[in-house]
Design a protein around this ligand. Structure first.
Ligand code: ANZ
Length: 838
């Protein structure tokens, strides 16, 4: 009991905290202002690891901070508990994915309690509970009724190892699956989609509201993902074909520079044109198509790939100048962007130029970039002649602004003016219009897997879609035990004959949709369910929503920068349009924590550089690990576990705890008469820490508490003594602030100091203004050893500064008179002696 022992503190306080249900927001004073602080909820993949420890140390510091600042803080936790790993574990080891999932949840939950995270445990939710996924189904149906959920047959990204469809977002830049690492292929299937593209403009424009509140990097990633570009749809007649072909271009100003056209190999148009070509081309086209389909889209467009393609023996007609343009097919044109066909302008587009040079096609300059605002210069700053910039020779396309040439009616115009003029001419002739394009695609949510939310739709005998009536929701998953869960390209639920067989509301035979939803649907609105998790009448309660939503501070990894956040923003806007919520952005502020690494490298079991959280907790204790996580660096940066000292954190906490043991004054003692120097030190911390907390500078806060701990220890051991009221004041402040990172130590200190209520709700006092005034010291100014003047200076003054002041002091000037100053002896901040001769 006399020594700091983290094991004793943890086993002492954990049951007491559990018993008290401390962070249940419904038990707090309803008059308090509110904040909603949310950590991205975990996937129950096993026990908590170092990454979780970093995230929850941070999120908990944020939540605790706002409680100490007088807010009732909603800080809920739950589990994102549907998904493939559970299913794969069941395939490997037998059993039901449910068992694996809920066992892991139980383990993580225990670990979080041990970790002292200040969650409201009355609000726990699991997305795999029928009580939760019922509302996924409800949400899907709401969207279906408004035309925002629809089915279509299309090429999908197919993961041949996991045997499932992937969203574009899950296909990595090299064309492999984010899940299995397999090379993703295209497959034609009928699938459910959510119409996120209807929201593209709002998803983009509303990002402006988040400027400064979300990491700039995340905003950029969202913008690029949505990828809006302005330009024109231009129609080209095709020789020997009735219908014109439309291409999307961002540069209609360059129409006169078009020298060929390219269509995507897997487009219907390519197939049609190839079918009419010679036998040789038909055969080459088939091979080329197969090659293309085995490739990822990002890889296909990469600028440094060698260009390949086939001439389809057909010609298009340029609507501006009547030029005849050969039509090629090449994989650098994507079937699902724009119209799957382009006009190629090799002089001003790099990929078109690479292609033209590979196949010896003409290159025609139509923008004189030497006449533009960013005219190129040589190394001496001299202008370069246009003839020396010829892309056909240099291999560098001229993509900059400039003045139009070789372009008939557009000649002499700037790029922007020419874009407007070209669109005007095309529109007048009925061969083109202004157009906007997006990279964003509709959200494919069907998954051919078991462990997810059943899609609440059935099909009658004619194959018509029929919604499962709302009063029959949830459509529950049948037991996984006994079902063959192995991936085979169709959902395992297809084999659940009894489950699958049902009736339409008017009694006709029907079968259920056997696919399940992408688990990103589950996480796209869970933050709203936390607000009324136990409401069985509705997904969320409007009154409660008004109190808490939207989330004030969201905390999680940057790996969710695109998908999860985009989907959550989309669903929020949908719910806004449906009248369920009165805000359009779900997360007012976002913080991305860094990773925990070892010697600069990501930790992984296979690399053998894996640090086990439970080992660290066992050796150093929860508080020391949490403090270390936040002391190591600002939260956005990575923590390198090889460079930290957890033992050092432990020693600091022991020193702090020892202070509380030593205090001998009674609680409530009047601090006004306490030692002024120590009170000033405390006041500085009180004034500075709230600012630091609002900007997440926990590392600096910990450094300040370390300093204050040392100063307080010195005061106790020197003349001030343990009975001085200033010592009590200092130790109380240390305990209240340590609660952000080291709740066990803080609680125990608080109790040792004689308090009977939990430290978590102790309000930080405000610093007394009088104590914050910068101190001054009096420096003595002597001339030849005799006191001649005094000056008031800051204690931090340098010798040089003090010398200047002393020489300028009236008393010193008089004493020096006409004499020569031969030497000045300075001991800042208190003493100066000026030696004068003659
Ligand atoms: C002619 C042109 C001239 C173009 C020029 C660019 C520069 P963003 O900005 O990403 O929207 N493009 C259109 N559809 C395509 C497809 N399905 N696959 C590959 N490329 C496609 O890009 C729009 C530009 O990308 C379009 O403008 C088109 O090339 C090409 F000096 O048209 B451009």
């Amino acid at each position: 009991e006399d020594e700091y022992d983290f094991r004793r503190l943890e086993s002492k306080w954990r049951p007491i905290w559990d018993e008290l249900d401390l962070f249940n927001v419904d038990k707090a004073d309803p008059e308090l202002p509110r904040k909603y602080v949310l950590d991205m909820f975990p996937y129950p993949s096993g026990d908590l690891h170092m990454g979780h420890a970093e995230q929850y140390a941070l999120g908990d510091a944020v939540a605790r901070f706002w409680r100490h600042r007088g807010f009732n803080v909603l800080h809920p936790i739950g589990w994102d508990s549907f998904g493939l790993p559970a299913e794969n574990a069941a395939i490997k080891n037998g059993g039901d994915p449910k068992d694996w999932t809920y066992n892991n949840i139980a383990q993580q939950r225990d670990s979080m309690r041990r970790y002292g995270a200040s969650f409201d445990w009355s609000r726990v939710l699991h997305t795999s509970d029928p009580e939760y996924y019922r509302w996924n189904q409800w949400l899907f149906q709401q969207m279906y009724k408004r035309g925002l959920a629809y089915r279509k047959e299309s090429f999908v990204n197919w993961d041949p190892v996991d045997q499932t469809v992937l969203a574009n977002e899950q296909v990595l830049a090299d064309g492999t699956s984010e899940r299995s690492g397999a090379i993703v292929v295209k497959k034609k299937l009928t699938q459910w989609y959510l119409r996120i593209t209807d929201y593209a403009d709002r998803l983009l424009d509303d990002l402006d509201q988040l400027e400064g509140r979300w990491p700039a990097k995340v905003l950029t990633m969202q913008r690029n993902w949505i990828g809006r570009s302005y330009g024109a749809d231009v129609q080209f007649q095709i020789e020997g074909r009735d219908e014109p072909v439309t291409v999307f271009t961002t540069r209609p100003d360059t129409l006169h520079g078009a020298t060929f056209m390219v269509v995507a190999p897997e487009s219907d148009l390519a197939a049609e044109l190839a079918a009419g070509a010679s036998a040789d081309v038909r055969m080459k086209f088939q091979d080329y198509l197969q090659q293309t389909q085995a490739m990822g889209s990002i890889d296909r467009q990469s600028a440094d790939r060698e260009k390949t393609g086939i001439f389809l023996e057909r010609y298009g007609i340029n609507p501006l100048n009547g030029d005849r343009l050969p039509i090629w097919t090449s994989d650098y044109v994507l079937a699902d962007y724009g119209h799957g066909a382009i006009m190629a302008v090799p002089a001003h587009d790099q990929r078109d130029l690479d292609f033209a040079r590979a196949f010896d096609l003409p290159v025609r300059m139509v923008v004189d970039v030497t006449q533009g605002p960013d005219a190129p210069t040589d190394t001496d700053g001299n202008a370069i002649a246009l003839a020396d910039l010829d892309p056909a020779a240099s291999g560098e396309a001229l993509t900059g602004d400039g003045t139009l040439i070789n372009s008939g009616e557009l000649d002499g115009l700037s790029k922007d003016a020419a874009i407007a003029k070209a669109i005007e001419i095309l529109a007048a002739r009925g061969t083109g219009t202004a157009a906007t394009n997006y990279r964003l695609r509709d959200w494919l949510i069907s998954r051919q897997r078991y462990w997810g939310t059943p899609i609440p739709v059935m099909y009658d005998e004619d194959g018509n879609e029929v919604l499962v009536p709302e009063d029959q929701l949830p459509v529950r998953l049948p037991d996984g035990e006994g079902l063959d869960l192995k991936p085979k390209g169709s959902s395992p639920l297809g084999a659940a004959t009894e489950w699958k067989t049902t009736q339409t509301p008017d009694g006709k035979p029907a079968v259920r949709d056997t696919d399940t939803m992408d688990t990103f649907v589950d996480s796209s609105w869970y933050f709203l369910r936390f607000i009324s998790p136990n409401n069985h009448e509705a997904a969320f309660d409007p009154e409660e929503l008004a109190k808490w939503a939207p989330v004030d501070q969201y905390i999680g990894g940057v790996e969710h920068a695109i998908l999860h956040l985009l989907y959550a923003r989309f669903i929020t806007k949908v719910l806004y349009d449906l009248g369920y919520v009165n805000f359009t952005e779900p997360f007012t502020a976002l913080l991305n924590q860094g990773m925990v690494v070892l010697e600069g490298a990501k930790m992984s079991k296979s690399k053998g550089n894996f640090i086990k959280l439970s080992d660290e907790l066992g050796e150093h204790g929860v508080d020391a690990v949490r403090t270390t996580m936040l002391f190591a660096s600002p939260p956005e940066e990575d923590v390198d576990w090889a460079t930290v000292s957890v033992a050092g954190s432990g020693k600091f906490l022991a020193r702090a705890w020892r202070l509380a043991k030593d205090v001998t004054s009674a609680p409530g003692v009047d601090v006004a008469g306490g030692d002024v120097a120590l009170r000033r030190a405390v006041a500085k911390v009180l004034a500075e820490v709230p600012q630091l907390g609002e900007t997440f500078k926990y590392n600096v806060i910990i450094a300040r508490l370390m300093e204050l701990t040392n100063v307080t220890r010195k005061a106790i051991d020197s003349g001030v003594g343990a009975a001085d009221p200033a010592v009590r004041e200092a130790v109380e402040v240390i305990a209240m602030m340590l609660d952000l990172f080291a709740p066990y130590v803080a609680e125990d200190m608080w109790q040792l100091l004689g308090h009977e209520t939990p430290v978590a709700f102790a309000q930080w006092p405000t610093a007394e203004a009088a104590l914050l005034v910068a101190d001054q010291v009096t420096a003595i100014v002597q001339v030849n050893g005799k006191l001649r003047d005094k000056v008031e200076v800051a204690p931090s003054i340098s010798d040089a500064e003090l010398e200047q002041l002393a020489l300028a002091a009236d008393g010193a000037k008089r004493a020096i008179g006409d004499g020569d100053v031969v030497k000045v002896i300075v001991k800042a901040p208190k003493f100066v002696n000026i030696v004068v001769k003659g």
